[in-house]
Write a protein that binds this ligand. Structure first.
Ligand code: 2HG
Ligand code: ZN
Length: 460
């Protein structure tokens, strides 16, 4: 528990109005969006510049106080909330968005800039940003970089790491590193943006990022494809990657998920009959891709029905069936969120086997499966299980790893999955991680309970 001296020093750095200590004011920063991860903090510190971030970090190092960096608090693995009494370092005030460079197709965004603002600024300048996800109106650039967020368009544009041309960050050593020039070819040694991206606030605090933009597609088409069996729906996503080059997204969900979404949102049924599985397909190109999409869908096996959106309003309605899964499941209580990737040819078998694996550990649990079928990423949500009972986590994560998959596709490790990191990472890799942690955060103050398994590695 930091003493009053640290709080006084932090107050001197950011000004009294940006050091929050009242229980009412800090409460929202101490619990994650799902409600599964709930901690406590003595203070939330809200710096307004990179220099202030550096001074906050220096003060915490002097006092041996741990920090949890936080952006929009939309993380799903407990990595951004103070579960061990950490001081919360909120980056939301770093919300400066630079002008889009219309020639290079790049923009520099402060860590606190909201994802949707980057998307809007890019569009206004005739470009697009390749990252998109349902939390676009709350997630921040800093959070998406820290977690290497994926989302709905990874298939086409890659994850956040693939958009990063440079970062500015305060490392745990106190060093401020800034490399925001945006050169496309810049082969001058270690690529710190790649290292910091996905490091979940354990090595440094990202304060700004230089982002690559992508050309916008002039024409788009969205279709919902229904299947009476699950496996063909998942296999179809793989086929479309090859047969429909303008494929932008291929998302799947199942009958029970759709029923829950409809119950919660009041949305009408997409088809006259119910079906076992659904694939939401979006194609985007310079010329209208409707015919290409129609031909590719017609060649798929097991299609029971197809709804093609005529216009953006209907497209948004079709997307809502998929995007509303997270909020609909949330109404059932805090879920266990197990975001895994499988090799494409293992995904259908995994989806078939998961409910049984969960039921063996928690017979009364309910299992919800949906996700980004074309990149092998399925979101296994389990409800009806106490928040701290991780038997179902164990069942799902070990099954994914045993089938050649990853225990984290796009949400990160946080606190939720650190116990299983060794299922995907060898002792040599984990020792390298520990060495990086020692080198870049020598006092172990940056998110010390996140990502790396076990206690903080000892100093040499
Ligand atoms: C999505 O794809 C997000 O909608 C959230 O990654 C997934 O709620 C989830 O488990
Ligand atoms: Zn997702």
């Amino acid at each position: 528990m930091p003493g009053p001296e640290l709080l006084d020093e932090l107050r001197a750095v950011v000004g009294p109005s940006h050091l929050l200590v009242d229980a009412d004011l800090v409460a929202g920063y101490a619990v994650d969006w799902t409600g599964r991860f709930c901690g406590a903090t003595p203070a939330v510190v809200r710096p307004g510049t990179t220099d202030e971030v550096a001074d906050v970090l220096a003060a915490c190092r002097r006092h041996g106080a741990a920090l949890t960096p936080q952006g929009g608090n939309t993380g799903l693995v407990g990595g951004g909330v103070p579960l061990h009494g950490e001081v919360v370092l909120s980056l939301r005030r770093l919300d400066e968005l630079g002008a889009v460079d219309p020639v290079a197709g790049q923009v520099t965004a402060g860590a606190g800039v909201i994802l949707a603002e980057v998307q809007r600024a890019a569009a206004a300048a005739g470009w697009a940003y390749g990252i998109d996800m349902a939390s676009r109106d709350s997630a921040t650039v800093g959070g998406t970089v820290a977690t290497n967020a994926g989302g709905l368009r990874v298939l086409r544009y890659g994850d956040t790491r693939a958009q990063l041309l440079g970062v500015e960050a305060v490392l745990g050593t106190g060093a401020v590193v800034s490399h925001l020039g945006g050169l496309l070819k810049d082969n001058t040694g270690y690529h710190l943006p790649s290292l910091l991206c996905g490091s979940e606030g354990t090595l440094g605090v990202v304060t700004a990022a230089r982002l690559r933009l992508v050309p916008p597609a002039a024409a788009r088409v969205v279709a919902l494809v229904a299947f009476d069996e699950v496996a063909p729906a998942i296999r179809a996503a793989g086929r479309l990657r090859r047969d429909l080059p303008p494929l932008d997204a291929a998302e799947f969900f199942l009958a029970d998920g759709l029923a829950l979404v409809r119950e919660v949102t009041g949305a009408a049924a997409p088809f006259e009959a119910d079906h076992a599985a659904y694939l939401l397909v979006e194609a985007a190109a310079a010329a209208d891709p409707t015919d290409a999409l129609g031909a590719a869908v017609a060649s798929l096996d097991g299609v029971a029905d197809v709804a093609v959106a005529a216009g953006t309003r209907r497209a948004a309605e079709l997307w809502r069936y998929r995007e509303a899964h997270t909020e609909a499941i949330h109404t059932l209580g805090p879920p266990h969120k197990l975001d895994v990737t499988l090799p494409q040819d293992e995904l259908a078998r995994f989806v078939a086997d998961v409910p049984g694996a969960v039921a063996a550990r928690a017979p009364n649990a309910r299992c919800w499966l949906f996700g980004h079928a074309a990149d092998g990423n399925v979101h296994v949500n389990v409800t009806g299980v106490p928040v701290d009972d991780d038997a179902v986590d164990d069942a799902v994560l070990t099954l994914a790893a045993a089938r050649g998959g990853s225990i984290s596709a796009e949400h990160g490790i946080g606190v939720a999955k650190r116990r299983w990191l060794a299922a995907n990472r060898s002792p040599a890799e984990l020792e390298t991680f520990a060495g990086l942690k020692r080198a870049l955060d020598p006092d172990g103050v940056l998110n010390p309970h996140v990502l790396l398994p076990g206690p903080l590695p000892a100093r040499p």
